[in-house]
Design a protein around this ligand. Sequence first.
Ligand code: PAF
Length: 286
Amino acid sequence: MFIFNTVDEIREFVRSVRASGQKIGFVPTMGYLHEGHLELMRWAKRHCDIVVISIFVNPTQFGPQEDFDKYPRDLERDAQMAESVGVDAIFKPSVAEMYPSGYCTYVDVERITEKLCGQSRPGHFRGVATVVTKLFNIINPDQAFFGQKDAQQALVIRRMVADLNMSMEVVTVPTVREPDGLAMSSRNVYLTPEQRQAALVLRKGLRIAEDAVAAGQRDTFAIRQLVVDTIVAEPLAEIDYVDIYSYPELEPVTKMSGPVLLALAVKIGRTRLIDNIILGVGDKCS
Ligand code: PAF
C-alpha cells in the first residue's frame, strides 16, 4: 500500500492505474478509522479494481468553536487498518497542500445545506463540498463511497456531483453500528464510559420512531415528539436537533406518504453525535 502526501504524487499514481484500464474507487475520510470506514473500503474493493482513500482533517468544515485541533489522528493505526481491507493507496495531504496561501475558491450547495447540520454548523457543508470537489478533481475516481450515517452529507455530495456534471458515481453505504446499536463514529472516543452508555439514547429514539411507524403512525409531528421525549429523559443528553424531512428531497413534511429522513444531532457532554433512519421504507436502525 502506498502513502502519498502531495497532489503530484497521487496524480501520478492515479494516471498509471488509469493507463492500465483499472477502475478506481475512492473513500474520503478524516482518519481515525473505525469499522464504518472499513465497510466503505470493503464496498469500494468489491466494486472497483483499485481503492484510494484520503485522510485529511479538513479545517474548512469545522466552526471556530469545534474540535478541529483535538480531532483524533493516528496515521500508523489508520494505515494498518486500511491495508487490512486491501486499500491500495492513501492520500494524506497537509493543510498547506490542500489550501496553499492565497487559496480563495469554495463550493456552495444551496437549499439542502440550510437545514439539519447545515443550520447548527454554519459553513460546514461549504467546507465539505469544497474539499470533496478538490479530492474528486485530484483522484478522478469512477465511484466514491459515503456512509449513510452522514445522510445529509451524502445527499449534498450527490446533489453537487449531479449539478456540476462530475463524472463519477456516488455510492451510499448503510450505517455500521456497535453491537449495542451506537452508530460508529471517530468522535465516540471522546465519550466517558457513562456518556457512552447515555449515547445509546440516539438509537433508542430512532427505534421508538420506527415502532410508531410500524404501528401505523404517519403524523411527523407526533413521531418527532416521541423521539424528543425519549432523548430528554436521558439527563446527559442535550438535543441539537430532531427533524423529519422527505427523503431524498429534504422538504418539510407533516403526513408521511413516502420515505422520510428522521435525523438527530444530540450532545452527550461536549460530544455532538448524529444518527438517522429512513422511515417508511422498512429500513431498520439495528
Ligand atoms: O465524512 C467525513 O469524514 C468528511 O466530511 C469528508 C467527507 C471526508 C470530507 O472532509
